[in-house]
Design a protein around this ligand. Structure first.
Ligand SMILES: Nc1ncnc2c1ncn2[C@@H]1O[C@H](COP(=O)(O)OP(=O)(O)OP(=O)(O)O)[C@@H](O)[C@H]1O
Length: 485
């Protein structure tokens, strides 16, 4: 391993940093091992379930080690949340992206130009890393031996086999080529073995003895996973959901539960949740209909102004009355970290298996039980495949590398939805290449009532014959309005 110049090697008391700077009492399993591997200069690959606490694994080394850490992340909202939280903890964290105000941008570039930046963590997009302007300044920092580490968050975006492939992530190979002595960390919640290998070889960290891999289960045992079968004809999502939610409110207001809520000053209807839809129109309409029924729901999608989005997010996070449920497109996804989300509902079939699991992973981050249900219809399945084929054709050669992966991932999600013969958690873990069947404590619809599940599927779905006749007539083709983030 190439020697690394360090002014300090005082990373013995990582517990102190955890408590003092991050205000956490103890490490979660494996966080300590991961952090120590990073501090010892290893390249580190971390695959762990949503809400595991992956961010801390690069934030603590960044605070302890000498020099600056670059964090590459695909999501502006995620970067901004993390930077805000770090700054509140007195860490000099900053972000450079298309939204950074000009004054802040100038400050950061001047800071980098000195070669001895004050910034400890610099969050950037992969697109920015491809630019010469940025690269030249990072070279200066490296020459001064002040480039501590590169952390690639949501690393599955590197892989053409991943559902969320972004081509600028491929160019991150530049870091190892240019700075062979600087360790790289990459972290993801959703990678199968093909994605994992792709990530490691693209970043150039697969070979040699520098790499330490930490691959943990993808399972989230506190998520109650359920598929709700429906059809175009039944069109019963709204009534089904509202009945379910009112049932939750009723249980919270019964004589046993109410005093507990009153003691902690919690409203009966403070049951935070997210409903994922696929189109902006459906998102707006659904939020309005829920509000019309006295349920505090707000839309969140790409066409809302920046101010509207941040206002909605802030009020939802603060548990304000009237802001209990976010009805969102996938513009609201990876990285959302509100601890008491009690349910995530997929109103429509998502585009990929990984996307589904990432979004479901926003629920129950406090470790308490949370419900994740997905309304599945065969008509939506056919719409998704039709739109995916259209997108792939439109993207031409640019989309080709991961066209197969996207089709496969959607196909697996369909298989998962139509699976009534086994545990949902086990299906998910197998998808991510885990051999061990996880324990499921009645936390999926199959374990709760296998016979009832089969019956619900039989009665709830349109028959394959009917759907295929409709499909042949082109009924599910070209429904442009169906997908819009
Ligand atoms: N040791 C710890 N003790 C208590 N809370 C922790 C600890 N480590 C992390 N957390 C908290 O757990 C939550 C989830 O962490 P984080 O956002 O890093 O998850 P993640 O693994 O990146 O998940 P995702 O992949 O879903 O984004 C955060 O609120 C974080 O503050």
């Amino acid at each position: 391993m190439p020697p690394r110049l360090q002014r300090t090697a005082s990373f013995t008391d990582i517990d102190y940093t955890l408590r003092r700077q991050f205000k956490k009492d103890s490490f979660r399993p494996f966080q300590r091992e991961i952090i120590l591997a990073a501090l010892h200069g290893h390249d580190v690959f971390v695959q762990a379930a949503t809400s595991f606490g992956k961010s801390l694994c690069f934030q603590i080394p960044a605070v302890i080690d000498h020099g600056m850490t670059i964090v590459i992340s695909p999501l502006l909202s995620l970067m901004m949340n993390q930077v805000e939280a770090l700054r509140a903890a007195n860490v000099d964290a900053r972000t450079l992206n298309s939204n950074t105000p000009i004054q802040e941008r100038d400050y950061i570039y001047q800071d980098l130009q000195t070669g001895h930046p004050r910034t400890r963590l610099l969050y950037v997009t992969p697109e920015l890393c491809s630019g010469d302007h940025f690269r030249k300044r990072i070279q200066i920092v490296h020459q001064q031996k002040e480039l501590a580490r590169i952390a690639v968050d949501e690393a599955h975006c590197i892989s053409e086999w991943g559902h969320d492939f972004r081509k600028d992530f491929k160019r991150l190979s530049w870091f190892r080529e240019s700075f062979p002595d600087v360790p790289i960390m990459c972290l993801t919640a959703t990678a199968n073995s093909a994605v994992r290998n792709d990530i490691l070889s693209t970043l150039g960290i697969l070979r040699g003895d520098r790499l330490k891999q930490f691959t943990m289960t993808a399972q989230r045992p506190n998520l109650h996973l359920e598929i709700r079968y429906t059809s175009d004809e039944a069109n019963d999502r709204f009534d089904n959901f509202v009945t379910w939610l009112r049932g939750v409110y009723a249980r919270r207001s019964d004589s046993a539960r109410l005093p507990e809520l009153q003691a902690v000053n919690e409203r009966v209807d403070n049951v935070p949740g997210i409903i994922y839809t696929i189109s902006r129109d459906e998102c707006d309409m659904l939020a309005a209909s829920l509000r019309h029924n006295g349920i505090g729901a707000r839309p969140f999608h790409a066409k809302l102004s920046k101010e509207q989005k941040s206002d909605t997010l802030a009020r939802w996070i603060a548990n304000e009355p009237g802001w209990d449920i976010i009805v969102a497109t996938t513009a609201f996804g990876m990285g959302i970290d509100k601890e008491n989300v009690r349910f995530v509902v997929h109103w429509r079939l998502p585009k990929s298996f990984e996307g589904y699991y990432q979004e479901a992973g926003r629920a129950g981050r406090d470790g308490n039980a949370a419900f994740c249900f997905l309304y599945y219809s065969r008509e939506d399945r056919d719409r998704n495949f039709s739109l995916l084929a259209r997108d792939i054709a439109r993207e031409g050669s640019a989309g080709k590398p991961n066209a197969e992966a996207r089709k496969e991932s959607l196909g697996k999600l369909v298989e998962y939805c139509e699976n009534v013969e086994g545990c949902r958690h086990a299906f998910i873990c197998r998808y991510f290449g885990e051999e061990k069947v996880p324990e499921c404590d009645f936390a999926c619809d199959w374990h709760k009532d296998a016979d009832g599940l089969k019956k619900r599927m039989r009665l709830g779905l349109a028959s394959e014959e009917w759907v295929s006749t409709q499909r042949e007539e082109g009924r599910y083709d070209n429904q442009e309005e169906y997908w819009s983030e």
